[in-house]
Design a protein around this ligand. Structure first.
Ligand SMILES: [Zn+2]
Ligand SMILES: [Zn+2]
Length: 252
């Protein structure tokens, strides 16, 4: 099997699993989204397997400029300590910035305290803009989920809509050419604060990006074949909607 890596101005899905069953049975990988802009390497949501997958895809965590953690659920953060340890060479080398919500570092800390040496830790807030090694990362409103969650716009190139229930401001907050959304369910499930593919129709009525990428699939969505669901949304809306797969590379 060919293993993709990325060049400058590209991102790669090192995981497309969402939901407990898909992630913790590794029906898809869960190592996050990694990208390079101006030859600066960043990782988003390094979930279970991130260190192994990164190395496999020739992405060296010791050269990371930053890590963006959307929230403290394990499918997003399980490998963050391993990645930080690698980024800072065991705390011996000053390197990198980690952005994470306050509750992920102070309330129920997922970044071990002994591992907090030699990188810059920033707690993300609503409607803020951060410059990390020359790359602009902008957060919007806090998402509607079971813990604090922020998505972000990265260098005005792509948006990452992390876990959330749908809300009306969502399309207006994330207006970029490429939009990536964590869409766990095919159809809305009452009581779960996650997007479903039905919500994508609502989003696209308000704003159509050049490319809308769905990822973070739960088991029921995987059974429905996300690529077929994406094609159906594309056909009905005229927007280029694609379903991500592990190892997928996108120009940004
Ligand atoms: Zn999740
Ligand atoms: Zn979550």
């Amino acid at each position: 099997m060919r293993i993709n890596t990325i060049s400058d101005n590209q991102l790669i899905f090192l995981g497309t699993a969402g939901g407990r069953f898909t992630v913790f049975n590794q029906l898809r990988k869960s190592a996050g989204i990694w990208f390079k802009i101006n030859n600066k390497l960043f990782a988003i949501d390094p979930g279970p397997g991130a260190l192994i997958e990164a190395i496999k895809h020739k992405l060296q965590p010791s050269s990371l400029s930053g890590i963006f953690l959307s929230h403290r659920h394990l499918d997003h953060c399980a490998d963050i300590n391993a990645i930080i340890e690698s980024m800072t060479e065991g705390g011996h080398k000053k390197r990198g910035t980690v952005l994470a919500p306050y509750d992920a570092t102070e309330i129920d800390p997922v970044i071990l305290r002994y591992n907090r040496k030699n990188f810059t830790l920033i707690n993300t807030n609503e409607f803020s803009s951060y410059d990390v090694d020359g790359i602009k990362i902008e957060t919007k409103a806090r998402h509607i989920h079971t813990v604090d969650v922020y998505g972000a716009i990265f260098d005005n190139r792509f948006s990452y809509i992390a876990d959330t229930r749908y809300f009306d401001d969502l399309p207006n907050m994330y207006k970029t050419d490429i939009v990536i959304a964590n869409v766990v369910f095919c159809h809305e499930r009452k009581g779960f604060k996650h997007l479903s593919s039905d919500d994508i129709y609502k989003f696209l009525e308000v704003f159509k990006p050049k490319k809308f990428i769905i990822t973070h699939f739960g088991l029921s969505f995987l059974k429905k074949k996300p690529w077929e669901v994406a094609k159906e949304i594309s056909d009905k809306t005229g927007c280029d909607v694609v379903s991500a797969y592990d190892g997928m590379v996108v120009d940004i």
